[in-house]
Design a protein around this ligand. Sequence first.
Ligand code: ADP
Ligand code: ZN
Length: 515
Amino acid sequence: MQPALDLLKSVFGFDAFRPGQAEIIEAILNEEDVLAIMPTGGGKSLCYQLPALRREGMTLVVSPLIALMRDQVEALRRLGVEAGALTSANDPEETERVFDAIDRGVLKLLYLAPERLGSAAPLIRRTGVSLLAVDEAHCVSQWGHDFRPDYLKIGALRAALGGPQTAAFTATADEETRAEIAAKLFAAPPRVFLRGFDRPNIHLAFAAKDGPRRQLLDFVTARKGRSGIVYASSRNKTEVLAGALRHAGLPALPYHAGLDPETRRDHQERFQLEDGVVMCATIAFGMGVDKPDIRYVVHADLPKSMESYYQEIGRAGRDGAPAETLTLYGLDDIRLQRMRIDESPAPNDRKRADHARLNALLALAEAPRCRRQILLGYFGEQSEPCGNCDLCDRPPALFDGTEAAQMALSAIYRTEERYGQDHIIAVLRGEATEKATRAGHDQLAVFGKGADKAKGWWRGVMRQIYALGLVRIDAERHGAWRLTDAARPVLRGEERIEIREDTLRAKAKRADRAV
Ligand code: ADP
Ligand code: ZN
């Protein structure tokens, strides 16, 4: 279930697929026609970009938004992928460059604006298309909110191209629209992917490390007889933990890429066949594991990103029966992960994006309310409080953080949503750094308004407003903090917000820059 993981890493720089991506990509690589419904922000474009790299010839992408196409083409070119767009906004050189790449047969992805479908048809017919990808496919729906008459030409183009494999994507999930898309874009019914990301049978829980060995032993011992995975951040640690659990009378085995193949196979087989084995593993364990009745997943250390977290906990409870998770996290983990990112040879843009993905996970760790809402929200899915996470079970003590949040939000707003956390906090605390004075931020009304609170206290507030969805961190813009629509009512004083007390008190001394 991990098609083209190598490309995901080497070209796109991601370490895990997002929910749904792996299945959709696998189907596309198997040459199936696909209609995929994914929430906005869920990562649709990767689902056709990655297969495009895997196969011969050109992938044609029809997309309605010129600005979006341009962004994608630029991003792909930065990754070293031959991509181009033909839109009404092209300048002549750009069009020349695209034509030339098509002529030389090197263009992998051609983005085409709907209004160009007719005029570009002869050229495309000559070149041939190995995959037709239709973004925002609901635009073909005459009754939909976003109807684009030009989208109706896609069917004809498809026929003229000899009916190439087609993959259509949309975030609109209602049944009528789906049926209309299927009828208008495909010759035969496509395979439909419509799966919410939620795995409601998996209980979510986080705990700050506080005697982590004990915490792990308690958790696993209480579940003796059930199969589970304990993920640890290093090979050595998997062996140490397996030893400690065995010492406590539990059938635990280590698993990591450094073990010889025979041992690895043996351990995997025992986990698969025997009841109640605890696998202490690095993330090398999981890809090929197909055990439906894994009852729990413990992260002995914080995972790398929201995506990795989701993927790893998702190995529990595939049979649909209740399953549990526990993620332990501590200051050292955060430091380690940050160091790994900083010291990797990746370019700076990618590092910033990696930091942002880690930050999202930290915000989940210190969330003030339902974890599932935050997790699903990260992948673009709205939901109600789940009743199946530790925070729904036992809501944490909260205080009225409206004023603090307003200050932070207004500092973000007044500095034009262009800065990261450190600078925003410096402004709040009235630190006349060079950056602040140069930008004139020391003249802002909000400058120094929060000087009576420590840096760590403000970091806590920042994590919380992030967890509440009032801001997002723009990975594409150097990790700048930006306001979301949800921030407005708070800024206008129409909505009060509550902040978790423990995250500000306990960690006020922390020296990390957690979000
Ligand atoms: P949409 O579904 O709205 O078209 P995009 O394709 O634009 O979403 O993806 C949204 C964001 O998610 C992009 O910034 C993209 O780089 C990021 N993304 C996509 N797939 C992954 C992944 N597997 N891991 C991490 N980030 C990803
Ligand atoms: Zn919940």
